[in-house]
Design a protein around this ligand. Structure first.
Ligand SMILES: [Fe+2]
Length: 183
């Protein structure tokens, strides 16, 4: 279940309260149960996965992908798997731990581990959102945000795309003020 930390240190734990804070930025957060079949449980407990295992995880969650495809026209999905031994993990994370936006929506469904999304709200306030298994997040295009892992340095998340062209980060000049949320 997600947690939101405001710039003044206040912590919000209720999904409705968190959704209210994120609404002005157009960011939506929902809770989708992770389907815990025994195969999925085994795969999600493993730090790394082969391509075939990733596809098995994705297939196991396709009830959600099919819903997004039918309602919003999503075309594809893939699975991000990061864990402490992932080659080049620090370089990869550094790319997203700077404030940026994308020219397409960033849509993620967290299956394992945890991560922190930060957002710049329309008034300039910065907030940090801890996402955990079952959290589905939709960040609209052009919304300034950042992302990093927690000290666990582990996450598995489905990414949903209408196209793959728009998700390259476009960096902005906004200074990151919330440097150590959830530490
Ligand atoms: Fe991003």
């Amino acid at each position: 279940m997600a947690l939101l930390e405001k710039a003044n240190g206040e912590l919000l734990t209720e999904i409705d309260d968190i959704a209210d804070i994120l609404l002005p930025a157009g960011v939506s957060l929902e809770s989708w149960p992770v389907l815990r079949t025994s195969e999925l449980k085994t795969l999600l407990s493993s730090p790394g996965l082969t391509d075939a295992e990733k596809e098995a995880v994705l297939s196991g969650c396709d009830v959600y992908f099919n819903r997004l495809r039918e309602s919003l026209g999503y075309q594809s999905r893939d699975l991000v798997v990061l864990f402490p031994e992932t080659p080049g993990l620090d370089d990869l994370l550094a790319k997203f731990h700077q404030i940026h936006f994308h020219e397409d929506d960033e849509v993620r469904y967290i299956l394992d581990g945890e991560g922190v999304f930060g957002f710049v709200l329309p008034g300039g306030e910065q907030v940090a959102l801890l996402v955990e298994p079952g959290d589905f997040i939709h960040v609209p295009k052009n919304v300034e945000h950042w992302f990093h892992l927690t000290a666990k340095r582990r996450i598995k998340a489905v990414r949903y795309f209408t196209s793959t062209a728009g998700w390259v980060p476009v960096y902005t000049e906004t200074r990151l003020m919330l440097t150590h949320p959830f530490s």
